[in-house]
Write a protein that binds this ligand. Sequence first.
Ligand SMILES: [Zn+2]
Length: 198
Amino acid sequence: MVPQTVAAALAEAGRSMDVRGWVPGSAGNLSVRLNETAIAITRSGVHKGRLNAGTDIIAVNYQGEPFAEGQKPSAEALLHCQIYRLFPHAGAVLHGHSVAATVLSRLGPIIFSDYELLKAFGFSTHEVEVNLPVYKNDQDIPRLADLIEPHLQNEPPIGYVIAGHGLYAWGTNVEHALWRLEALEFLLSCELERRQIK
Ligand SMILES: [Zn+2]
């Protein structure tokens, strides 16, 4: 059900995230919108840097339920579904657990300003203050999705972080989502270093 090209693109993105240290252990999850009823997402408990395109990417519906019996999607599938439901242009969602996202999100609000790279998100100047929302971590994913929902609806962010956990980024396709994830991770790394120097 998941086209080979889609699975291969996700496996490649997983390798790219792994090289940068953003998916330690079995952390992180990656997905692609297939159509109006299905999403391709990584299977639960597999290493995202060593994805088997043939077996580790599975199809789920917009409630995060697998189409094939016995398959187990990522525990956070519902958060991916939520992004696709709320943002019609989202074609891929990437989530990793980088050191910068994990550490900074434990320290309170994350606001980027005076970074040239902010222009990667459509701002015309570096002279803006951009909030990267931080939500409290929760092992109850439906409850976490309910908490996040009104924020995503009312003020669509450039991405978001779950405190002490990791970063969610999305884009029109896998390449675009990876590009935005890279930009956000760069900003988080800069911010982490800036605070260490201060
Ligand atoms: Zn996670």
